[in-house]
Every structure is written in structure tokens, then in C-alpha cells.
Write a protein that binds this ligand. Structure first.
Ligand code: PXG
Length: 446
């Protein structure tokens, strides 16, 4: 479909039936913002305007949009083997995709469980942790520890360990029991305008020691954190923080889960943040960039010793009573294989690493911008935190988002933070364009 036809058909339907996710539905439907086509670094909006993608969709289109090798692989797969049952049956692509993912994951985490989203990956990882401790003969390990301002998707497990209050409020009273939250690591008094990892704040990890003292380390199944918190508005881990968490978990036998749904597949310039920061967790959750977002897919990479304890420890028959109709869906596997080939062929993770210093310089040109109370960066991620408008949290950043969109650049807003995370194919000129759009918007918004 060409852009014109897509524009016409997208303009036709009533907007009533689609209850939109994480959206102010009433406001959106009064003034809709529709994207109709995409190629490489750009979207085309329903009114025909080109929009530079400063957010890789929702942190997921790492190789840029509508890449031909991925599209072709999906189309060919749909015509060859559209679906095959994944329970007690298999198809070769799922094994190939798992092997390919395992070649990128941190050392030892080479057993891959497929899901269809980051949320499912998180709930799967939490369930694997519980199953592991049962298999190991430590069934008293049932507690989970998340972190304030953490985002782990929207399943009951992920909502429970997540720490964004607004995401929990409507469901309070029926979330998982036995969950604690570490403090978040955001501290503007010490760390505003840090370049890369803030120097101050490793001690925030010590809150885990207090929980261990309170409950006993032997009751904690797993700690789950985003190595870099994305959805809450980009919180970069203080230097030494992840190392300290790892050390505490190791000393008390607690599993450490890194939720790498955003940081996986090159966002920081390494395959995973675990490698970037040099800290190895026991499980990694991923999604988004695994297929360049062309087909929904998520996965959990599990340390082989965890897998072996559950699988070899089972009496026979099914070892893990968990899975999805679409775990390892052929189209998702075809997309993943084509995507991972593309990342490798174009050296996109290394490209992100090479661009990171230019990106840091560009983003920190916003340090003195009107309303900016912090600018932060890591890898190809940047964020500008704005002083909230009196009595209207988030409104100023949302106005800046609308202003950028009006001027042809898509950014993402979380509360009063503008988050930037372009596809890894972004050019330096496009980096300048994204940053300039934000600078201009901040001059214009009240
Ligand atoms: N974990 C993390 C760390 C995530 O960032 C999920 C789990 C859930 O993934 P699914 O595929 O179930 O959505 C996410 C998702 C944003 C934004 O603007 C971030 C996400 C999703 C939508 C918007 O920050 N992250």
C-alpha cells in the first residue's frame, strides 16, 4: 500500500471501538495522531508529514523501520509454515532462533524460553525462579524484590514487582504477596546533568541487605531490576550499583534477573546491558529488539544450571508447566533470525557504541535549556527532565512532545521526562535534528 492509500484507509475508520493502551483515550480521539507508513528513520503521518523517529518506535525498532530482509523473511515464512504447535511438537526455526539468541546473551545464560512480549518474559522469569527453588529443595524461597520506579510490563507478576505507582493503583489489593521494593537510584541533588553513569549512589543497593536482614536471605527467590530503567524516564545506574546488587545476591544465593526488554539488542552499544556494565545476572528478560518489533516476541535467557535443575530434576514428563500458544511462533522466529543477521551484517551494536560519545555531546547541549532540571545519557539513550508545571505534573513534557511532533520529530514522554532512543542506524545529522527539535520545543512551551 502506498502512503496515499494508507492515509485514506487510516482516515476512514471510527476511532470508537479500539480501547487504546496506556493512552488518554478521550483526548486522543478528539485529536488523533496516526502514523501510516514507515521506512528506515522516518514515519509518515496520516496528514502526509514525515516524522523522524527519535524513539525507535517504543524502544524497539533498533535497525530502523520496514527493513527489507526482515519483511521478506516474515512473508516467506507465512507462506511456508504459518504456525506449528509448540507443545510436544516443534519446528526447526524455534531451535535456530534460540541458538542465535543464546550466542548473544551473557555467558552461561544459554537456555532460551520464548514468549510474545516483555510482560510475558517477566512473568515467565519469575515463575522459572520459583520452579528452580522448588526443584532445588528450597521451597521457602518465594519472595521477590523489585525496585521503586521499575517497569516490568503489565502481567500480575510484572505489575507486582514493578514500582511505578500509577501502574499499580487501579489493581492494588490483588497483586502478588511477598514483594518488596528497593529504593530507586534517582537523586538530582547529587547527580543532575551526569554524563553516563552517575558517580554517586552505589549504596542504594545496600537496601537489599536490610531486606535480607528482615526476611532472611533464604526466603528471597529473586531480585529483578532493569539495569537501566527506561519507562520511568531513563535512570542510569550509579557506578558500582549493579556490582553491589550482584554481590549481595550471590552471597545470599538469590537469583538476579535483569529486565533487558529495552536495553537488549544494542541499545547501549553491547548486545545486552549485562555485557555493557560487566555484571552477569542469572536470568535476562528481553523482547522488542529481538525481532526489530516486526513480529511480537519476547524471551527469557536462563543460566544453564537453572534450566538443568528444573529439567533434569523433574521426575519425567513435562518439566515446566508453562508456555504460550505462540511461544516460538514461526513468523517471530523468522523475524528474529533475519533481525539478528541484520544487526550483525551492519554492525549495529558497535555502531551504537561508536555513536555514543557524539550522542552524549549532542544531548548535553540541552543542559541549559529552559525548564531542564536534568539531562542524562547512556549508550544511545538520552533524557531531559523538566521542572513540572505547578499542579500539572507531566503537562509541560507532554506539550514539548506535541511541539516536537508538530515539527516532525517523535520523542517519548514519561512524566516530566522527555526520553530519546533513536534506531541504531541514526546519522549524526539526524541526532542533531532530534536534539534541535527538543531545544526548540523547550523554548516554545510555557
Ligand atoms: N520490561 C521492561 C523493562 C520494559 O521496558 C516491558 C517489560 C514490557 O514489555 P511488553 O512487550 O509487554 O510491553 C517493558 C516495556 C516507554 C515504554 O515509553 C516502554 C515499554 C513499553 C511501552 C512504552 O517507556 N516497555
Amino acid at each position: 500500500m502506498n502512503a496515499r492509500a494508507a492515509t485514506d484507509s487510516a482516515a476512514t475508520p471510527s476511532l470508537d471501538a479500539h480501547w487504546m493502551p496506556f493512552t488518554a483515550n478521550r483526548a486522543f480521539k478528539r485529536a488523533p495522531r496516526l502514523l501510516v507508513t514507515a521506512k528506515d528513520m522516518h514515519y509518515v503521518a496520516a496528514d502526509g508529514r514525515r516524522v523522524l523517529d527519535g524513539t525507535a518506535g517504543l524502544w524497539c525498532v533498533n535497525a530502523g523501520h520496514a527493513r527489507e530482509p526482515i519483511a521478506r523473511a516474515i512473508a516467506e515464512q507465512a507462506a511456508t509454515l504459518d504456525y506449528a504447535p509448540g507443545f510436544q511438537m516443534g519446528h526447526p526455526l524455534a531451535f535456530a532462533a534460540a541458538q542465535r539468541v543464546a550466542a548473544l546473551t551473557p555467558r552461561g545464560l544459554d537456555r532460551i524460553f520464548f514468549t510474545n512480549s516483555g510482560s510475558e518474559a517477566v512473568d515467565t522469569a519469575l515463575k522459572i525462579a520459583l520452579a528452580y527453588w522448588k526443584a532445588k529443595g528450597e521451597p521457602e524461597r518465594i519472595r521477590f524484590v523489585g525496585r521503586e520506579r521499575g517497569y516490568h510490563g503489565v502481567g500480575f507478576g510484572g505489575t507486582s514487582v514493578g514500582g511505578i505507582e500509577a501502574n499499580r493503583r487501579q489493581f492494588a489489593g490483588q497483586l502478588l504477596p511477598h514483594v518488596d521494593h528497593l529504593p530507586h537510584t534517582h537523586d538530582l541533588a547529587h547527580n543532575a546533568f551526569s554524563r553516563g553513569q552517575p558517580a554517586w549512589g552505589a549504596h542504594f543497593a545496600d537496601a537489599l541487605e536490610a531486606l535480607i536482614a528482615k526476611h532472611g536471605g533464604h526466603t528471597i527467590a529473586a531480585v529483578i531490576v532493569e539495569p537501566m530503567a527506561g519507562s520511568t524516564g531513563v535512570l542510569v545506574p550509579p557506578a558500582g550499583y549493579l556490582e553491589r546488587l550482584r554481590d549481595l545476591c550471590s552471597r545470599h544465593g538469590i537469583l538476579l534477573i535483569f529486565d533487558e526488554v529495552i536495553t537488549g539488542f544494542g541499545r547501549l552499544g553491547a548486545p545486552f546491558a549485562a555485557q555493557f556494565f560487566g555484571v552477569t545476572p542469572d536470568l535476562v528478560t528481553m523482547a522488542k529488539g529481538i525481532t526489530n518489533a516486526a513480529v511480537p516476541m519476547g524471551a527469557v535467557a536462563v543460566h544453564r544450571r537453572i534450566h538443568d535443575a528444573v529439567v533434569d530434576g523433574a521426575p519425567g514428563g513435562i518439566e515446566l508447566f508453562h508456555g504460550y500458544t505462540y511461544s516460538g511462533h514461526p513468523l517471530a522466529c523468522a523475524a528474529a533470525l533475519a533481525t539478528l543477521d541484520l544487526y550483525e551484517r551492519e554492525g549495529l551494536f558497535a555502531r551504537a557504541a561508536e555513536l555514543a560519545p557524539y550522542w552524549a555531546d549532542a544531548v548535553h547541549r540541552l543542559d541549559g535549556a529552559p525548564h531542564a532540571i536534568d539531562v542524562r545519557n547512556i549508550g544511545l539513550v538520552g533524557a531531559v527532565e523538566l521542572a513540572p508545571r505547578d499542579g500539572a505534573p507531566g503537562a509541560r513534557a507532554f506539550d514539548a512532545f506535541l511541539d516536537c511532533l508538530e515539527h516532525g520529530v517523535l520523542v517519548r514522554v514519561a512524566g516530566d521526562t522527555i526520553a530519546l532512543s533513536p534506531p541504531l542506524i541514526v546519522s549524526t545529522a539526524q541526532i542533531d535534528e532530534i536534539v534541535q527539535a527538543v531545544a526548540d520545543a523547550l523554548r516554545r512551551v510555557a
